[in-house]
Design a protein around this ligand. Structure first.
Ligand code: HEC
Ligand code: HEC
Length: 447
């Protein structure tokens, strides 16, 4: 008995020594990681990457003409999913069957569940939008589809100029591009001087065959919301596309992935990331040079680069797109400048694992595939002259375990597990949403 006491004391001492070594090592790694992150911060502090709470309107960036208010957000949250607005379909059978949410599905990270989004003319939903396909009553030319993968609208508050080519919004990166704002490319709207999201949403309502006017608003039951949200608008503008677009923009700006583990980590919870995810973050903000481009608050940036990835028409069964699609030209398709050709906007990087399609042409179907692409730095699209590729696009020399670490950070560290909070419980029409075609109703459990 007597002999046992000293042994157990030694054991306890040994164990606690190990523990504090481990704690010290973790602390050292954390300090290293925090310093690495700060190097890419506009403020020199971690706060640059901390996304505000969704009701912290004072700290969510917005456009000056459209201050965020609770009632605008509530209205936008309905309208974004309101299938009852689908009143300008190609075919009458498509009426009232689609919404913005058809291509920006919350459970799919506000992207479509497939390589290309389908609005009108689509049928079915599956579990996550993955089973949507062309309806038998349609021909491809009638579908509402675009020649690039829909961007996520998560963290849209940090998008000053919308689309892969950044063409919407008169300010930000579009200052000085006034000569190419035209009717033909839909960017005439930039002359109104609204923010990128406000301008884009007005165009989106048209493009995606939706109708907003006083009668529609009244029939569906949204009149009191518009009245309250836009009491400062003149009566003739109060139930307009402009008002709907402003409300949707306010809602989109609240779609912040502030519950992701990396966010908790930045706020001081050093246990929020696993050791593997921390190693991945260290690569992201260090040797893998990801943050050199993905440097904005949502790891987005209002910059454009050519990575030489394939276009949508090259990667699978995409409708209505081809080698001639102007979207393939990226920023250059808008500015018409040679130096901008094949350059695409740096997208945000949260909730990527929610649906497996990456890059503007959905050419990768795993995050490992994306990381390997950057690691190898071999362009896959022969249409893109190598002179357009940035100098930083060179092989990174990561080994398999480093690739795994970086993927773990992207997949889980940057994943907000609760996007459900951004979905309405119902929409005022009482319709099924985000889709309302017969097969989707079955899939979504609406019948
Ligand atoms: C048919 C599918 C589809 C539907 C329906 C749809 N979108 Fe999109 N959305 C897209 C595609 C595709 C893009 C990217 C296009 C591009 O950049 O060339 C996009 C991009 C966006 C962006 C830009 C995000 C950014 O980071 O630049 C916003 C904002 C947006 N959509 C809002 C809406 C709104 C609002 C509606 C409803 C009025 C809507 N979308 C309906 C396919 C769709
Ligand atoms: C030269 C700037 C640059 C660097 C460096 C860079 N990226 Fe990107 N990233 C982009 C651009 C631009 C796109 C969009 C390209 C496209 O689709 O045409 C993109 C797309 C992505 C996507 C796909 C997102 C989506 O929604 O499809 C992921 C994931 C990603 N990057 C992760 C990384 C990681 C991880 C690293 C570091 C290994 C990295 N990036 C380095 C500019 C960069």
């Amino acid at each position: 008995m007597n002999k046992l006491i000293p042994i157990s004391i030694i054991l306890i001492l040994l164990l606690s020594a190990c523990r504090s070594d481990k704690v010290q090592l973790a602390t050292q790694n954390d300090i290293q990681l925090e310093n690495a992150i700060k190097q890419f911060s506009a403020t020199g502090e971690l706060d640059h990457f901390i996304l505000p709470e969704s009701n912290d309107y004072a700290n969510i960036p917005t456009s000056p003409e459209n201050p965020i208010t609770p009632v605008k957000v509530a209205l936008g949250k309905f309208l974004f999913f309101e299938t009852g607005l689908g009143l300008s379909p190609m075919q009458s059978i498509g009426e009232g069957t689609y919404s913005c949410g058809s291509c920006h599905i919350p459970s799919a990270g506000f992207r479509p569940g497939r390589m290309q989004g389908i609005g009108e003319g689509g049928t079915g939903f599956g579990l996550n939008g993955e089973e949507r396909t062309m309806s038998e009553f349609y021909v491809p030319e009638q579908l509402d589809v675009q020649g690039a993968r829909p961007l996520s609208v998560l963290n849209a508050a940090y998008v000053t100029n919308a689309l892969w080519n950044g063409q919407f919004g008169g300010g930000g990166v579009n200052e000085g591009t006034e000569s190419v704002w035209k009717e033909e490319n839909g960017t005439n709207i930039n002359h109104l001087g609204f923010g990128g999201l406000e301008s884009q949403n007005i165009e989106s309502l048209h493009l995606h065959r939706m109708v907003i006017n006083k009668d529609v608003v009244e029939n569906l039951g949204y009149k009191p919301y518009f009245e309250s949200a836009f009491s400062d608008f003149p009566e003739e503008e109060r139930y307009s596309e402009k008002a709907a677009s402003f409300a949707i923009a306010a809602y989109l700006r609240t779609l912040l992935t502030n519950k992701a583990p990396f966010q908790d980590y930045l706020k001081g919870n050093r246990d929020a990331l696993t050791e593997q995810e921390k190693r991945g973050a260290m690569l992201f903000f260090g040797e893998a040079k990801c943050a050199a481009c993905h440097s904005g608050p949502s790891l987005n940036a209002m910059n454009f680069y050519a990575l030489g990835v394939k276009d949508l028409y090259e990667t699978g069964e995409a409708f209505n797109t081809s080698a001639d699609d102007k979207r393939n030209l990226g920023r250059g398709g808008f500015t018409e400048k040679d130096e901008d050709m094949y350059k695409f906007k740096v997208p945000q990087l949260y909730n990527l694992k929610d649906t497996p399609f990456y890059f503007h042409g959905s050419s990768k179907t795993t995050l490992e595939g994306v990381v390997e692409y950057f690691n190898d730095a071999v362009p896959e699209n022969t249409n893109v002259p190598t002179s357009q590729l940035p100098a930083i696009f060179t092989p990174l020399g990561m080994d398999q375990s480093e690739i795994d670490d970086l993927v773990a950070f992207l997949e889980n560290g940057l994943h907000d597990p609760d996007l459900k909070r951004y979905e309405p419980d119902y929409i005022l029409s009482g319709n099924c949403f985000p889709n309302n075609d017969e097969q989707s109703k079955i899939d979504l459990g609406c019948d």
